[in-house]
Design a protein around this ligand. Sequence first.
Ligand code: ADP
Ligand code: K
Ligand code: ZN
Length: 432
Amino acid sequence: MYWDREYETMSREQLRILQLERLKLTIERVYRNVPFYRQRFIEAGIKPSSIRTLEDLRRLPFTTKQDLRDNYPFGLFAVPMSDVVRVHASSGTTGKPTVVGYTQNDINTWAELIARSLTCAGATRFDVVQNAYGYGLFTGGLGLHFGVERLGATVVPVSGGNTRRQLMLMQDFGTTILTCTPSYALYMAEEGQKMGLDFKKLPLKAGIFGAEPWSERMRQQLEEKLDLMALDIYGLSEIMGPGVAMECAAKQGMHIWEDHFIPEIIDPATGEVLPPGEQGELVITTITKEAFPLIRYRTRDITRIDPEPCSCGRTHVRIKRITGRSDDMLIIRGVNVFPSQVESVLLEFGETEPHYLLVVDRKENLDSLEIWVEVAEHMFSDTVRKLEDLEYRLRERIESVLGISARVKLVEPNTIPRSEGKAKRVVDRRQI
Ligand code: ADP
Ligand code: K
Ligand code: ZN
């Protein structure tokens, strides 16, 4: 029932003692090894010895995605590169990704936390886990992968896409647990239905879905169509990757693994820490990471903390479903997309007007992205060939910068509605 009973059910009192001990070590480590943090702490008049209680955490400055970008690629690493055994990366805001690193101990911790998370879904070494999160620089695929192996279950590293093959393997290998984005799971369910597949006859028992926001309505649909228990998993590369928090069978929010992470909820406008239970931006401090510790990292994810004891017996607090973002990041097919990335591509080309619009939609549970771009009048009087050529080049470039495919639609000047205040760059038609 638990992967790590001692830590998962530790008393709140003991947990706080452990957190403080680990926090102090982390603060000492970053002060010693990361010039960025030493500088920040000195500016704030803080020495490692100033941190005496958990409440003292509030005195430390936040770390933001911008700080990661300013220190691209390895500037915030707290160990020499010879101790870094892996890097991952996720979208940055201007085309440069956010790079994160792991020591061997970090990889071990991650595998442990995934094994813990899988156990929340009832997984054991007898399970066959079809891992349809993307493999590669993104943390989803490899993150889950190592945890499944740690648990001793069988991992099928199929990665995302190729739905027919997914469905074939699911039947042939007797997949019992499916891991992917919730929208892709729904898409698979519907493709399966079309092919006449009866999911009730398959041994599927749980789905571990995350990397994008979803809803209770989607949970119901997934559970009905796939005939499994659908659970939410949360994470972000900066903090570790998937498995920072995981829902248990009580389905009342995701236990955030507090022996490794300290969560806070702040008012995104003022930075004030909010009282327990209030909704705001999630801020996380890592307290065991070696290669890439983060102090008070602003996730930009909006949620709230539920401190009530859970019926499963785990003592770690739960975060509720992520209801939105406090920045303009979009999540399309699980991939983080910033409108400013599209803008930077358009600037590179110089053949377009500075007016563009991202139209995001979801058809048959598959996200689509269409980018409308205004081009100069004369482009339309030129040969069609020229327009098609520009469309093609833009599409290729956007695909390589965003990491997902998009349709590019070139439109005449003044087609895209102008707004008085802040330009409206996104139309999101998805309903989840
Ligand atoms: P991942 O590979 O886990 O998606 P990224 O770093 O690419 O990691 O993306 C992290 C972001 O994805 C989070 O900050 C959050 O906005 C979103 N995300 C991850 N898991 C969930 C979830 N279960 N529900 C809602 N959003 C999520
Ligand atoms: K994501
Ligand atoms: Zn629980």
